[in-house]
Write a protein that binds this ligand. Sequence first.
Ligand code: NI
Ligand code: MN
Length: 225
Amino acid sequence: MKITFLGHASLQIEINDINILVDPFITGNPKASHIDIDGLKADYILVTHAHQDHILDVEAIAKRTNAVVVSNFEIVSHFEKLNVEGHPMNHGGSWNFEFGKVKYVNAIHTSSFPDGTYGGQPGGFVIEGEHKNIYIAGDTALTFDMKLIPLQTKLDLAILPIGDNFTMGIDDAILASDFVKCDKILGYHFDTFGYIEIDHDAAKRAFFEKDKDLMLLEIGDNIEL
Ligand code: NI
Ligand code: MN
C-alpha cells in the first residue's frame, strides 16, 4: 500500500494497481499548486464529508477518470445528479471493494455543501486492504467511538487531523491514537490556512514523548506500508 499526501486532507492510496483518491482539494490549495489534477489516477474517490476543502476537485477528477465516488448517501446522491457514478454508504456499514474492505465510521464535525445544502453526517474510513489496515479519520473531534475500531481491526496506520481549530489538535490526536491502538500516525489537515498552522517540530516531539511516531509528509511525497 502506497500513500501519497496531496496537501490538506487529500490523499492518493495505491493498493495493488487500484488508485483511490481521498477528499481531493488541490486546485483550491495554493500550497499544492505543483500537483496537476489532470495527472492523477483514480478508480475510486473516497469523500469523508461535504465541505469545500474536501470535495472541490471530486467532480472534475471523477468525470475525467470515471472514478466511483464512495461516501455517505447524501454526498453520493449529490454527485450522481452531476452524472458521477457513486457507491453510497452510511455509518457503521462496510463493503468489500476490489481493493479491500471499507467501513464508513463516525466523525464529529459538520457536513454542509458549499451552498449550504445538507451533506449528510460526516465520517471517516477504515480500509482493510492487502494485509495493511488504515484509518482515515476525516475532520473530527476526539471521540470515544474511535475505541470501537481496534475491536475489529488491527491498524497499521492512523491518518489523523492535527491542525486544531476545526478538528482535533495535537493533544487530542495523541489520545485518538491511543483510542485506535495505533502508534504510527500520518498527520493531515494542517498548515493549509491560518487557523490550522502548526509547529512541525513541536508536534513530532509531542508524539515522540508518548512513544508514538508522527509523520508529516511534504505535498507530493509518499510512504509505503
Ligand atoms: Ni470539514
Ligand atoms: Mn476540512
